[in-house]
Design a protein around this ligand. Structure first.
Ligand SMILES: *Cc1c(COP(=O)(O)O)cnc(C)c1O
Length: 378
């Protein structure tokens, strides 16, 4: 058994990243300066979008995305329950009602057919999540949105570097969201971003992250700047620092090698588990590049997932469960959601488990996980 605990995900930061951060600390701009703009430009380019706005978390990005749509209170937003709670919380922040649609049995992504069943007069938007890093059935979802005149938000927090039918994830929906928390593909400590092809929306995002102010810091703090500004909308302080974005710029240079390494490790796991009846390895559609934020296995119904979880943890392997369906949380009880109406989510949730997966995992780490899985099943 391995001596130290192996987490399910952790960042990879090198000397170059550290030096970039130090050089910002010695510069004049600690926040709202040139590194933020540079990170945004590079991120937009990588994600194949025209614009990017960086903020202090993925959660803030989701909040701004919904706020920018200016939906009437009580509007319904359709989303998946099989995600991190932040995906649906952003509807609540903005006085909207999250409406959950069940997921697909194979990809665990929101099912387009289930979305259609949930559309009412009040539906105004769809938030879809590329679970584990596998793009949703994006064309089908965009088609539904077009037919019913709905906005689309892609929660791509798992999917930086993923491709859908040859295109990078980040430019298909009206707005796409990323997170730079340390377990995600690249990190800024905490951080997030919104990408879009609409200049008008991007301007609004930049205003909303800065109190709804009509002038940027660069426009306000120069020698020739006047003191006047206006608060055009009720924004918040969701700004990200140049210190963080310096790390982001460095991390983004490595994204391709991070995603490749994640795919390589996933392939080794797939091969190691291919002969084991009790395990279903991740299904990958053939028109995507999976970004493998998570590597999950589905356990056979005769295995108790919680026992398996405890056994793996006792062997120092940082397994996890992604995710507890959002409708189970106390904050969501008021919506009186009938859990039985999500048979696929319930079934997958009861059997799924995430194994450690991060770029700096060694061959020995991978072997430790594989051996612990075999021992835990036995
Ligand atoms: C991580 C994550 C978020 C939230 O991002 P933070 O940067 O932690 O606020 C939102 N949605 C999904 C699917 C995530 O995985």
């Amino acid at each position: 058994m391995r001596k130290d605990f192996l987490p399910y995900g952790i960042h990879s930061i090198d000397e170059e990243g550290i030096n970039e951060v130090v050089s910002v600390l010695k510069s004049e701009w600690l926040t709202t300066g040139p590194k933020v703009a540079e990170f945004e430009k590079n991120l937009a380019h990588y994600a194949g979008a025209k614009h990017a706005t960086a903020v202090n978390s993925g959660t803030s990005a989701l909040d701004i995305a919904v706020q920018s749509l200016k939906l009437p209170p009580g509007s319904e937003i359709i989303t998946t329950p099989f995600t991190f709670a932040a995906t649906a919380n952003c509807a609540l922040y903005n006085n909207c009602i999250p409406v959950f649609a069940d997921i697909d049995q194979k990809t665990y992504n929101i099912s387009p057919e289930e979305i259609e069943k949930k559309i009412t007069e009040k539906t105004k938007a769809i938030i879809y999540v590329d679970y584990a890093g596998q793009p949703c059935d994006i064309d089908e979802i965009l088609e539904i949105a077009k037919k019913h005149n709905l906005y689309t938000i892609e929660d791509a927090c798992h999917a930086l570097g993923a491709r859908y039918k040859g295109n990078m994830v980040g430019s298909q929906a009206d707005v796409s969201i990323f997170s730079f928390h340390p377990v995600k593909h690249i990190t800024t400590g905490e951080g997030g971003a919104l990408t879009t092809n609409s200049k008008e929306m991007d301007d609004m995002f930049k205003m909303l992250r800065n109190h709804g102010m009509d002038k940027s810091a660069m426009e306000r703090f120069g020698k020739n700047a006047g003191y006047l500004y206006d608060i055009k909308m009720l924004g918040r302080n969701y700004r990200i620092t140049d210190i963080q974005c310096a790390l982001g710029v460095s991390q983004l240079k490595k994204i391709e090698s991070f995603v490749s390494r994640r795919n390589e490790i996933a392939k080794i796991y797939n091969e190691e588990f291919s002969g084991i009846d009790e395990i279903t390895t991740p299904f990958v559609k053939d028109d995507v590049r999976h970004a493998f934020h998570l590597y999950t296995i589905l356990l056979d119904r005769k295995i108790n997932r919680d026992d398996f979880f405890s056994k793996m943890r006792s062997l120092n392997i940082g397994v996890n469960v992604h995710y507890i369906p959002t409708y189970k949380f106390t904050t969501y009880q008021k919506f009186n959601i009938n859990q039985k109406s999500f048979p696929v989510t319930e079934d997958i949730f009861s059997r799924i488990i995430s194994l450690p997966l991060f770029p700096k995992m060694t061959t020995d780490d991978i072997t430790d996980v594989v051996e612990a899985v075999k021992e835990s099943l036995a």
